[in-house]
Design a protein around this ligand. Structure first.
Ligand SMILES: [Zn+2]
Length: 429
């Protein structure tokens, strides 16, 4: 055994226990009451050992828009935030990951990474023949948009095009992830927050999610709703799950933390699509997590340059950078509402890993990778953008007091900073 972690609080699939976690060759080889070893990492009394988080929704933007974010900075931020695996979105980088050759370009750009990195492919008009080769090259699934994506080189698909893609992907048992806002319901935004919110109403999500549910029923393909903001759609998703349709949903830390009522005009660091809605909507999303209608919480880390993020709500880039802050943000909201760390680990590590088929990630149990986080859940800190490793540390969390400090992150048995991340392919990790 190379190393043993000894803690009074360890989050395991059986719940929170006091135990030793033995590591050899980068894997967890034993979870037992006591393991004798000369190499023991003793956790302090206020620390909890968690499995590394798996963030399946990260826009790294490299190559092509690496001034927005890059693999080195994104993965350093991930490690600092307790995230040991990210899956990179297929757009905002140039070329977008919509054919196998573009995946190789991405993999070359990701030469130096501090955590493990996998990749999503993309569905765009005209690339039906590229889906199978991309799947075979190891992408974890396929993303599409039902309205303008924000970048012209990654166009939206019609429902007819999505249906054709789902039929193809059903034969491969591949996962399709959807930005679900209806193009015909969304209007041009006004410069103020109220106008922006009204331009992307709940109905746009509700309509698009209903369409995805219908296509899931029709094709039998596995689908996933990205960044759910409209709590009205929880009823649609709940009904689909009761029907046993293969559909899942995620939400993001910002929808669980902020509310429209607190966002002032000009505070474009809060702009994201779909938008942050009212406080009652936020509370309904927490109930969706409690009831299991929402399966996972991931960052949708989508930065741009500070310059593009400025202006008004009609023109600023829509995306929130939070890769380094997701764990404390969600934990802060969760503990206020009576949830436990076991819940947060289920939403942010176990379920995302399971969803993308990462068998070696997502739990502290024998056989998994020794991706571990030493977390102090009761310590508070004030978010300081200067301490974020994101390339452009513009964030609506700046100045906010959060609970939970990540003290150490370990990747396959090595502390991050000394560890080197791997590039993952579906089915191999
Ligand atoms: Zn996104």
């Amino acid at each position: 055994m190379d190393l043993v972690f000894r803690a009074r609080r360890v989050i395991t699939p059986q719940g929170e226990i006091a135990c030793d976690v033995g590591v050899a060759g980068g894997r967890i080889v034993a979870v037992e009451p006591r393991i004798d070893s000369p190499n023991v990492v003793h956790l302090a009394d206020d620390e909890v050992l968690l499995p590394g988080l798996v963030d399946t929704h990260v826009h790294v933007n490299d190559p092509g828009r690496s001034e927005w974010e890059g693999f080195e900075t994104a993965t350093r931020a991930a490690a600092a935030g307790g995230v040991t695996t990210i899956i990179d979105m297929p757009l905002n980088s140039i070329p977008p990951t919509v054919e196998a050759a573009a995946l190789e370009v991405k993999r070359k750009a990701a030469a130096r990474v501090s955590v493990d990195v996998g990749f999503w492919g993309g569905i765009v008009p005209g690339n039906l023949a590229d889906l199978k080769p991309l799947h075979e090259a190891g992408v974890f699934g396929f993303k599409c948009f039902l309205l303008h994506s924000g970048v012209d080189e990654f166009p939206a698909v019609t429902t007819a095009e999505l249906e054709a893609a789902l039929r193809e992907l059903a034969t491969l048992d591949a996962l399709t992830i959807v930005h679900a806002e209806d193009a015909h319901t969304v209007r041009d935004s006004e410069p103020d927050y109220a106008g922006f919110l009204a331009s992307r109403p709940r109905e746009a999500e509700n309509k698009a999610i209903s369409d995805v549910v219908a296509l899931t029923r029709k094709t039998g393909a596995r689908t996933h709703v990205l960044h759910l903001s409209s709590s009205d759609a929880l009823a649609i998703l709940e009904a689909a799950k009761r029907e046993s349709l293969p559909i899942t949903a995620e939400t993001c830390p910002h929808y669980l933390t902020f509310s429209a009522e607190e966002i002032r005009d000009g505070q474009t660091e809060f702009k994201c699509c779909p938008p942050i809605r009212e406080a009652d909507n936020r509370e309904a999303l927490w109930r969706g997590l409690r009831d299991g209608v929402i399966d996972l919480v991931v960052s949708d880390h989508s930065p741009s340059t500070a310059e593009l993020k400025q202006g008004d709500f009609a023109t600023a880039w829509g995306g929130i950078a939070s890769l380094q802050l997701g764990l404390p943000a969600v934990w802060t909201g969760a503990r206020d509402r009576g949830f436990q760390l076991t819940d947060v680990v289920r939403w942010m590590s176990t379920h995302p890993a399971r969803q993308v088929g990462l068998r070696g990630k997502g739990a502290i149990e024998t056989g998994k990778d020794a991706d571990l986080v030493v977390f102090a859940p009761d310590e508070t800190f004030v978010v300081d953008r200067e301490k974020l490793h994101h390339r452009n540390p513009v964030t609506p969390y700046h100045g906010r007091t959060l609970h939970g400090v990540v003290r150490q992150t370990w990747l396959r048995g090595k502390e991050t900073g000394t560890a080197q991340g791997k590039l993952l392919r579906r089915g191999e990790a």
